[in-house]
Ligand binder design. Sequence first.
Ligand SMILES: Cc1cc2nc3c(=O)[nH]c(=O)nc-3n(C[C@H](O)[C@H](O)[C@H](O)COP(=O)(O)O)c2cc1C
Length: 201
Amino acid sequence: MTIKVLGISGSPHRYGNTETLLDKFLEGAKVAGSSVEKIVLKDLDYSPCRGCNACHKTGECIVQDDAIDLFDKILKSDCIAIASPIYSMGITAELKGFIDREQYLWARKFIVKTLYFKNDHIKKHKGIFISTAGLGWNNVFNGAFPIITALFNTLGFEFYDNIVANDMDRYGGIQQHPTALKEAFEKGQNVVRVLEKLNKT
Ligand SMILES: Cc1cc2nc3c(=O)[nH]c(=O)nc-3n(C[C@H](O)[C@H](O)[C@H](O)COP(=O)(O)O)c2cc1C
């Protein structure tokens, strides 16, 4: 089977540090034989969650926009790479607005109980977080991890790995980082190989 890898860029800055790192990851995944697709959130048309809780009764979101199509696409993928720069010590508004919209899937799992992921499914679905930050602080990504963990949990993906590069202000951009782009390419290759192996068993 061909492994499906979906990259989602939450940066409003096209072709910047974060999208470049995501592109390298997708390049590695493609070289390893997977089919890859990239979605840029800023180009989609979706609104934030209204908190109406209608999904708690039906498991459906009453706002049928691009967010729903993207969640459908995610659920058909074997690997998702979620990319966001660090903004105000967290993720971007584009990504947070999208993640909140997964509430109808959360409702299907925990309230309506029409959605359930077996451990074997979770093992075969890998989530990767990709991020860059201006500051060189070791803990600069810590605000993002719980949100990404919640996203992967709800979608039935194992939080498999991070590809993060801090200190962008000092390096003057991702191209000058000594290891990040190579790491992203190799991790793209590796996750596809791991998934191919898992899907043979
Ligand atoms: C609105 C805004 C907020 C930011 N907030 C932070 C921050 O809190 N901490 C940090 O380390 N960098 C911060 N940065 C810097 C970016 O994380 C950094 O430049 C990143 O590499 C940009 O990625 P991009 O080229 O994909 O946009 C911020 C940048 C912007 C535009």
